[in-house]
Ligand binder design. Structure first.
Ligand code: THU
Length: 141
């Protein structure tokens, strides 16, 4: 599948301009290519209850699901200056759910696979009905 990173970058930058970030003044925009060719995006939306803040990736995932779902294929995010940034830890987990190991993530150091951005991730297979029970031994903590 062809990935137009320029389209993703400009979509993320446009999303960052829409951010609601009156508390941190740190705008974030995120954009991703979906398996069916759609481009989804999101911006951060802060709240006076600071812990309630929604990261840009939350909006992106909502856009994905509302638009019919699918798998994330390629992802980028930037700050208000258009600089590449890394998704925070919580958002890496969100991306894992909808893109998995193969998702390509643009980082400040280039394009990385999601399983390098979030190694040894906890994912849906752990909750599958026939998933093996983790063995507890004194040495495994
Ligand atoms: N932020 C995101 O939107 N995504 C990230 O992955 C990192 C952080 C936002 C949350 C908050 O509004 C601001 O950046 C500063 O942390």
């Amino acid at each position: 599948m062809d990935i137009d990173w320029e389209v993703l970058r400009s979509t993320a930058a446009a999303a960052a301009e829409r951010a609601y970030a009156p508390y941190s003044n740190y705008r974030v925009g995120a954009a991703a290519l979906v398996s069916d060719g759609r481009v989804v995006s999101g911006c951060n939306v802060e709240n006076a209850g600071l812990g309630v803040t929604l990261c840009a990736e939350c909006g992106l995932v909502s856009d994905l699901v509302l638009g019919g779902g699918g798998r994330l294929v390629a992802f980028t995010c930037c700050n208000g200056r258009g600089e590449r940034i890394m998704p925070c830890g919580r958002c890496r987990q969100l991306l894992w759910e909808h893109g998995g190991a193969d998702l390509l993530v643009e980082t400040p150091e280039g394009i990385w696979r999601m399983d390098a951005v979030l190694p040894q991730a906890f994912g849906p297979e752990a909750l599958a009905p026939d998933a093996p029970e983790p063995v507890q031994t004194p040495s495994s903590g």
